[in-house]
Design a binder for this molecule. Structure first.
Ligand SMILES: [Zn+2]
Length: 160
């Protein structure tokens, strides 16, 4: 699968999976409250992940690429997605906001003064900000926690 086609839509039951996919850098839409018609509309140029057999059938009828997710655990869900689409090799961690799917861009250190805890400002030099919601990310305890988590994901994948 071409990298540019790896854009996803996670249905209402797949919030955790959506977050992990964003952390790994994939353009992933997710809304916890959304009408089914809107899911189908917004999935037109994406791959729809769903745990709902009925929705799967409707999406297929409309020509939407859809992948049915069996598990209700995000680790197994991510494994299934990776088995099917080999996303591991396209992952770009920390390029996307896990909260809103916005792109992360570099932010000058002076600009985050007052927006992050004092100890972070003192010890960290590399900051990124979400272009969409303004959430600030940094390479430090916060990010290394996520790195650790992603490391675990990669490990989970390799056990497959
Ligand atoms: Zn954001």
């Amino acid at each position: 699968m071409e990298e540019s086609k790896l854009k996803f839509f996670c249905d209402r039951m797949l919030g955790k999976l959506a977050k992990k996919l964003r952390i790994l850098g994939f353009d992933t839409l997710y809304y916890n409250e959304i009408e089914e018609d809107d899911i189908l509309k917004l999935s037109k140029d994406r791959i729809l992940f769903t745990r709902d057999k009925l929705l799967e059938r409707k999406a297929k009828k409309q020509g939407i690429e859809v992948f049915y997710i069996k598990s209700d655990k995000w680790r197994s869900q991510l494994k299934a997605v990776n088995n099917r689409f080999s996303i591991e090799k396209y992952a770009k961690p920390f390029t996307r906001c896990s909260e809103c799917n916005g792109e992360l861009v570099h932010m000058d250190k002076e600009k985050v003064k007052g927006e992050v805890p004092e100890y972070v400002y003192k010890t960290v030099d590399d900051f990124k900000v979400c272009k969409n919601c303004g959430k600030v990310y940094w390479k430090g305890s916060h990010i290394s926690w996520i790195v650790a988590d992603v490391g675990k994901l990669v490990k989970v994948w390799k056990e497959v």
